[in-house]
Design a protein around this ligand. Structure first.
Ligand SMILES: N[C@H](CCC[C@H](N)C(=O)O)C(=O)O
Length: 294
């Protein structure tokens, strides 16, 4: 079976979009890991486009991480899927669905794609946490020596996936590649968690680095930007509209008065081809789609 793929990125977050709308089978975790292992299709997230499950939606998306685990949400990948559908249909508005819910998308152009990421959830059981906390704006989960922790008192939020955000004075001084994998698997998080460190630089800007659950350090994470923005606003650190600066680029996040989070940013094609799915995964890149990079 052949499925078209597009290797893309959402401000540096490595995304492979696999179109399985015509496929008779579903992709399994073993095949997802094989696709991740090939440099031509390597991804932080694999966005599998499937036929719509709910009337009025354009497609269902199954989201795999590099390690083959599933996520209910991926902001950067959703913009990439929208760009694929915009090119295919010429339309600019889409309704997409994941295991976590519905997403309305408005794609003005490749630089300006806005996803309504829905409403954040803050209840401890919704994150989920394994310990009850009445107030999730700060929870008790530090890292480092008890008397001089390197990180402490993160905010937590669920944006279709679990996030913990630590506030720091300088994101460059924290060894997130070492600390991230430990906190990702802390017993506090029964489903693991995406771990962010955030530096508030003004009442409308935040610098962010993310260790992603199931994928590791990435150049950007859309849901982490959303989780960070709403947490900063809840704590009074910023207003409700912020620019979030990630290593790969900037996302604008607006937490609307109706509680919905709007995420706006770019998406980009790199190259395309087909993935032949059988006992083994075979990848064929269409040479004419390989972007010339200086
Ligand atoms: N990069 C994605 C999030 C991936 C989340 C995933 N790592 C998980 O929750 O398992 C984004 O742009 O929102």
């Amino acid at each position: 079976m052949n499925a078209p793929f597009a290797k893309m990125n959402g401000i540096g977050n490595q995304i492979t979009v696999l179109d399985m709308r015509e496929a008779e089978t579903r992709l399994d975790a073993t095949s997802a890991r094989a696709i991740a292992a090939d440099p031509r299709t390597a991804f932080d997230q694999l966005m599998v486009i499937e036929p719509p499950k709910t009337a009025g939606t354009d497609a269902f998306m199954t989201i795999f991480n590099t390690d083959g685990s599933l996520s209910g949400a991926c902001g950067n990948g959703t913009r990439c899927v929208a760009l694929v559908l915009m090119r295919e249909t010429g339309r600019q508005t889409f309704k997409l669905e994941t295991s976590a819910g519905l997403l309305d998308v408005v794609a003005r152009d490749a630089e300006t794609i806005t996803v309504d990421m829905g409403e954040p959830r803050f209840g401890w059981a919704e994150i989920p946490l394994s310990v009850p906390f009445e107030d999730t704006t700060t929870i008790d989960l530090s890292f480092g020596p008890v008397d001089a922790p390197i990180l402490s008192r993160p905010a937590v939020a669920n944006i279709g996936n679990p996030h913990a955000i630590y506030w720091v004075d300088d994101v460059a001084t924290i060894d997130l590649g070492r600390i991230g994998p430990i906190l990702e698997r802390d017993p506090m998080f029964p489903d693991r968690a995406n771990i962010s460190i955030a530096e508030v630089t003004s009442d409308h800007s935040i610098t962010l680095r993310v260790w992603e659950r199931g994928a590791g350090l990435t150049l950007a994470c859309g849901t982490a930007a959303c989780a960070t923005a709403v947490s900063a606003a809840r704590l009074g650190k910023t207003g409700r509209t912020v620019d979030v600066r990630l290593p790969g680029g900037v996302l604008n996040i607006e937490w609307r008065a109706d509680n919905h989070i709007l995420m706006t940013g770019a998406a980009e094609f790199e190259h395309e081809g087909v993935i032949v799915l059988g006992d083994e995964v075979r990848i064929e890149v269409a040479p004419d789609t390989v972007a010339r990079r200086a």
